[in-house]
Design a protein around this ligand. Structure first.
Ligand SMILES: [Zn+2]
Length: 144
């Protein structure tokens, strides 16, 4: 869990841009980047529509005791979602809303593929802003 004192560090991580491959100019963060590169060479979770890399299996988390949740929206559509700590390949709408939120205490924004803009799920953030995670629609993604 993120505690308030670490807020600044966490923010810079969340908004960090993708490291450019082959650029080893930043020695201080090299070890982190090496780790990420190793992960990328193993498994990836990608957009089913366009194969854009969305997140990694390591980012799977449990929320309310379970990684996977099944929900219906107000129109009766059923969604099976998996919870992920981060999803770097997603873009999000600006406006957060707490209407019909599936996780109590959390508001949500629509999360789309950063490349083809297909909706992949939602970004949930707690009202205090200290906790956030992605709920991604499982059948919109492929694990490769
Ligand atoms: Zn896509």
């Amino acid at each position: 869990m993120v505690i308030a004192m670490e807020h600044e560090t966490v923010s810079s991580y969340l908004f960090r841009t993708e490291p450019s491959t082959g650029d080893k100019g930043f020695a201080t963060s090299l070890s982190d980047e090496e780790k990420e590169k190793n992960h990328q060479e193993s498994e990836q979770i990608v957009c089913r529509q366009c194969s854009h890399i969305i997140t990694k299996p390591e980012e799977r988390i449990q929320v309310n005791g379970s990684h996977q949740h099944t929900f219906a929206n107000p129109s009766g559509l059923i969604f099976e979602i998996g919870c992920f700590q981060t999803a770097k390949g997603c873009g999000c709408t600006e406006q957060a809303t707490s209407e019909f939120s599936w996780f109590s205490g959390y508001s949500w924004r629509i999360a789309v593929c950063g490349k083809c803009l297909t909706q992949l799920g939602w970004l949930f953030s707690s009202s205090r802003g200290s906790s956030r995670f992605f709920g991604l629609i499982i059948n919109k993604l492929i694990c490769i």
